[in-house]
Design a protein around this ligand. Structure first.
Ligand SMILES: [Zn+2]
Length: 260
C-alpha cells in the first residue's frame, strides 16, 4: 500500500473539479484544507471529505477580499453554528490592482468581522494577502489572541514572518507554487523560515505555473520537493515536519482548540 506523504494546506477542490471536469484526486496527499466562499462550495467540500479516507480534508470558509460582500457573514455564522467550519478564511486584503483597491473599505469591514469570529469561536484564521502586509500588521494585537493564523501563499520575507511570531502571533506560513516560479522573496522564505512554521499548498486550480491552464492536486509533489531541495533535507523529512505543523496549526492534535 502506498504511504501518504503530502500536505496541501490550501486548495479549492470545487473550483478544480469545475475546471478540470473530472473527479478530485488527492493522490498521495495525507492532509488537505479545502477553501470555500459559498455554502454550495462548503457542502461540496464536506461531502468530498467523507470520501477521501485515509486522507483527511478540513474545510475552511471565508469571505474573500476580492469579493468583500458583508451579507455573506450570515452564511459564515450559519456554517459555524452547524459545525461545518474547521477554519475561517481565506480572508484578508487584496490591493493588487485598482479594482480591488477600490473596495478597501468593504475589505476592512469583512476582515474585522472575520477576525472577531475567529476569536469568538476559537477557530484558526486563513489569511490571503496581496500587496497588503502592512494592513495585516495593523491587526497584530488581535491576531496574537487567535488560536492560530495560517498565511496562505505567504507573500512576505522571512523577517516579516518572524516579526509576526515575535509579536506573539501563532503564525504558519504556507508556501505554494511561487517556489516553482523562482520568486526571490518566496525562495528566501522557503529556505529560512523556522521549520516548525512552514506549510505547503497548491491553491489549485489557481496559481498556475508558466504554460499551465490551471494548477492540479498533484502539483503538491513538485512544490514539496522544491522546498525540500531548498532546505537541503529529504522529501520524507520535509513532509513529516509539515504534517506535524499542519496538525498543530489546525489543532488536530489538540481538538479542544484551547486559546493561547
Ligand atoms: Zn485560495
Amino acid at each position: 500500500m502506498s504511504v501518504l506523504h503530502f500536505i496541501d494546506a490550501h486548495i479549492h477542490p470545487y473550483d478544480l473539479v469545475g475546471k478540470a471536469q473530472r473527479a478530485f484526486d488527492p493522490g498521495l496527499t495525507a492532509f488537505l484544507c479545502a477553501s470555500s466562499h459559498t455554502m454550495e462550495e462548503l457542502v461540496f467540500h464536506r461531502r468530498l471529505s467523507g470520501t477521501l479516507a485515509p486522507a483527511t480534508m478540513l474545510c475552511s470558509f471565508g469571505i474573500h477580499p476580492q469579493e468583500p460582500d458583508d451579507t455573506a457573514l450570515e452564511v459564515l455564522d450559519r456554517a459555524i453554528e452547524l459545525g461545518m467550519v474547521d477554519a475561517i478564511g481565506e480572508c484578508g486584503f487584496d490591493l493588487y490592482n485598482p479594482a480591488f483597491r477600490a473596495s478597501l473599505d468593504a475589505q476592512i469591514l469583512v476582515w474585522n468581522a472575520q477576525v472577531e469570529r475567529s476569536l469568538r469561536h476559537g477557530l484558526p484564521l486563513v489569511i490571503h494577502s496581496r500587496k497588503a502586509l502592512p494592513l495585516i500588521f495593523e491587526s497584530t494585537a488581535r491576531l496574537s489572541r487567535l488560536p492560530s493564523v495560517i498565511f496562505h501563499g505567504w507573500p512576505g520575507s522571512p523577517d516579516e514572518g518572524i516579526a509576526f511570531l515575535k509579536r506573539g502571533v501563532n503564525a504558519y506560513f504556507s508556501l505554494g507554487k511561487g517556489v516553482l516560479r523562482g520568486q526571490k522573496t518566496v525562495l528566501h522564505s522557503a529556505r529560512t523560515l523556522p521549520v516548525d512554521r512552514i506549510l505547503t499548498e497548491t491553491d489549485a486550480p489557481w496559481m498556475a505555473g508558466r504554460g499551465e491552464a490551471y494548477s492540479r492536486e498533484i502539483d503538491i509533489q513538485k512544490v514539496s520537493q522544491c522546498i525540500a531541495d531548498l532546505r537541503s533535507v529529504s522529501l520524507d523529512t520535509l513532509c513529516s515536519r509539515v504534517e506535524k505543523n499542519f496538525k498543530e496549526a489546525f489543532f488536530l492534535a489538540h481538538p479542544s482548540r484551547e486559546l493561547l
